[in-house]
Design a protein around this ligand. Structure first.
Ligand SMILES: [Zn+2]
Length: 84
């Protein structure tokens, strides 16, 4: 299902944007809006726990043509605090 699935969460770099933790569990990479290079081939990606993605919480925005899931905004600001 996930092309970019990894057995371990990267240590000390970032936290999962959904749960706000960096527990060592399976994770996948989500492309980050606005980070794609000019050729559209390379972009920054956010490691996210596979278990934290809850398909029942996905929402569809007709106006913008987006399928998304809200995550804790506070978990993003914890990025600098993640040490293990
Ligand atoms: Zn998580």
């Amino acid at each position: 299902m996930f092309e970019r699935l990894f057995d371990h969460f990267p240590r000390g770099i970032t936290v999962c944007p959904i749960c706000g933790k960096n527990d060592d569990r399976k994770c996948f990479l989500i492309a980050i809006d606005g980070t794609t290079d000019e050729e559209g081939k390379i972009c920054e990606a956010q490691p996210t726990h596979r278990e934290c993605l809850d398909l029942s919480k996905l929402q569809y925005n007709r106006e913008h043509g987006l399928i998304y899931m809200r995550c804790l905004k506070s978990s993003i600001s914890k990025k600098e605090d993640a040490h293990d």
